[in-house]
Design a protein. Structure first.
Lengths: 204, 204
């Protein structure tokens, strides 16, 4: 898009705030002639192992607040989600490996695939930890279902996911969503207005 | 102001985000015909004891991000601070007890006193853990310096601070700044736009 570098969008599919931000990031980037480069990270590695913190919803006081904060955002912006924050959380790794496979073999569809996973997990409330559920995403995106299913369990995708998570940590990514604009980091769905401002001004 | 309930603003004087929010909260409230009711809390109790978390700046990855985030906010909004986030942190309890004394004995000046402490600690970079430094705030606000100094170490102020911290935890306050509008909680300086929106719409 106009030769400008895309903005980097880091996410974990199990992140509710990541889902909410995913609904807005394309429009924010496009408004400034940018594309979006999608990258997966894993909260379980960044938050729990690297930072030594509890999961958000298990943190005293903050857990209750997050439930209310997300519900308030949903009402304000009309976002319906069949999945509730307190529902059992899927193992995010199969979906993340599927994303890595699409990113490597069909990079032009990585964003569309990420949207499809987010949509199916959060809006429709489906568990995407099985190859069957993930495979069903292939057809509508023009991807080969059997190749995707093989990709999910391939050593190549496992290595790509490990590399992607390691690269995210090296870059200082510790949450979802996490955005870089020309190297400048922004954490959280509540920083998207600032991302917009940064893009409009070319930084400050 | 127009008979509408004030909004509640919870803060810890050692919180940089609390300081940045304190610079905006009066104007946001006034725009909607509201006053501000100031309440002190202690991050050391809420975050470290109750939530079991590390201080923000000692949290891997997040610490570096916070330094950058605050500096970026300062550049954007022209906020100068002689105090740096990595400077030694004062014991916030004497200033919090001074605030409790003002709030009890001169409630109409509680907000002005909170602003004065924040200003002196962050903009001027002074340590306010001594009665001398705190006493110097009295004169310009029309308060009796010797009464304030006695108040800082009084059993009454100690009890008021304990009660204030306990009440904040009972209400779910776990960070600084933390705002309630008609009972609705908002955490963080990056939620002030939402506070403004909530006040404008009367909630949603």
């Amino acid at each position: 898009m106009d030769g400008k570098a895309p903005i980097d969008f880091y996410f974990d599919f199990i992140s509710g705030y990541g889902y909410l931000a995913s609904l807005r990031i394309d429009a924010i980037a496009a408004r400034h002639g940018r594309g979006v480069d999608w990258h997966c990270m894993l909260l379980g590695v960044a938050v729990m192992k690297k930072m030594g913190l509890k999961p958000l919803l298990e943190t005293p006081l903050k857990g209750d607040y997050v439930l209310r904060d997300v519900a308030r955002y949903q009402r304000r912006h009309g976002v319906e989600m069949a999945r509730k924050l307190l529902d059992p959380v899927m193992d995010p790794r199969p979906a993340a490996r599927a994303f890595c496979w699409v990113r490597r073999h069909h990079p032009g569809r990585a964003g569309a695939f990420a949207h499809a996973v987010f949509d199916r997990y959060w809006r429709l409330g489906r568990d995407l930890s099985s190859p069957d559920e993930l495979g069903a995403l292939a057809g509508p995106l023009g991807l080969d279902e059997s190749a995707l299913r093989l990709g999910i369990d391939s050593e190549e995708s496992r290595a790509d996911l490990r590399d992607s998570v390691a690269a995210s940590l090296d870059r200082g990514v510790f949450g979802s969503p996490f955005v870089f604009v020309d190297g400048e980091p922004f954490w959280g769905s509540d920083r998207l207005e600032q991302v917009d401002d940064w893009l409009a001004r070319g930084g400050w």
